[in-house]
Design a protein around this ligand. Structure first.
Ligand SMILES: O=C(O)c1cc(=O)[nH]c(=O)n1[C@@H]1O[C@H](COP(=O)(O)O)[C@@H](O)[C@H]1O
Length: 268
């Protein structure tokens, strides 16, 4: 048995800083890197990111959608990318935002969290809009595999606010219960965008990690992260994709700068 996801995440943040690098090989970014929009382009881009950021990022978060565009050939590149990342060191958070009825969730958990699966990651993103309880089996499977999940609570996009404000309480309470008594950090996280003005809950009660996308391209700054997550500095993972990946040449330097700025604002 390995250590729990929460324990491994805490150790990785302590050693490498808090940054999550989003790996989003969109057609625009492939072109910006001088690559074809093709499975070969995806592979080149993904390798470039793994090589440039593996010793700078606590976590790397591949966005599955950009691989799925290419069907089985794209998914094959995603499988190799996940394996490359796991060999290189960062924890892998596979961004799939899955949410469905229990039996279907069990199949998703097998696909993404079962250690023998070709797509096995350290953690996945889950969508709770079929009810937090519909994720119970997937959460149990994740914990049994020493993996983690991040459940959407308050996303970074403006369209989410009204719907999510109505139901976020159920999600936060479910996450809090799942993490009770876990030390040093539970393995059930939430997603709270760095762009939101108020998470609507005392996040320090969660005892779990917080993924905070929205840094850079969506307008949030490291100072915003410091302010919004002051009570959970040890547990927040600010995440940026496009603002880091804009071109290959500057990727490493930008990642270092974001990591250092986020670490600065998250140091008590
Ligand atoms: O789960 C996510 O990572 C996520 C949650 C959220 O609230 N907002 C959000 O933009 N994301 C993801 O973050 C990535 C976009 O990051 P940027 O390119 O930095 O804006 C995409 O892969 C989104 O799916």
């Amino acid at each position: 048995m390995t250590e729990s996801f929460g324990t491994r995440l805490r150790a990785r943040i302590d050693k490498y800083g808090p940054l999550c690098v989003g790996l989003d090989p969109s057609p625009e970014l492939l072109h910006a890197w001088g690559l074809d929009d093709s499975p070969a382009g995806l592979e080149h881009f993904s390798r470039g990111v793994v090589d440039a950021v593996s010793d700078l990022a606590a976590v790397v978060k591949p966005q599955s959608a950009f691989y799925e565009r290419w069907g089985s050939r794209g998914v094959a590149v995603l499988e190799r990318t996940v394996a490359d990342l796991r060999d290189a060191g960062p924890l892998v958070l596979l961004d799939v935002k899955r949410g469905d009825v229990g039996a279907t969730m069990a199949a998703y958990a097998e696909a993404y969290l079962d250690r023998g699966s070709p797509l096995a990651a350290d953690a996945v993103t889950l969508s709770p809009y079929l009810g937090f309880g519909s994720l119970a089996g997937a959460i149990t499977s994740a914990l049994a595999a020493d993996a983690g999940v991040f459940v959407l609570a308050r996303t970074s996009n403006p369209e989410g606010a009204r719907l999510q404000e109505a139901v976020a309480g159920e999600i936060y309470e479910g996450v809090r219960a799942a993490n009770a008594g876990r030390d040093p950090l539970g393995s059930v996280g939430v997603v709270v965008g760095a762009t939101v003005t108020d998470p609507g809950y005392p996040l320090d009660r969660l005892n779990g990690p917080i993924l905070a996308p929205g840094l850079g391209a969506q307008g949030a700054t490291p100072a915003d992260v410091g302010r919004l997550f002051a009570s959970v500095r040890h547990a927040v993972l600010p995440s940026a994709s496009r603002s880091l990946l804009a071109d290959q040449t500057g990727l490493r330097a930008r990642t270092e700068r974001y990591r250092d700025e986020c670490a600065h604002y998250l140091t008590p």
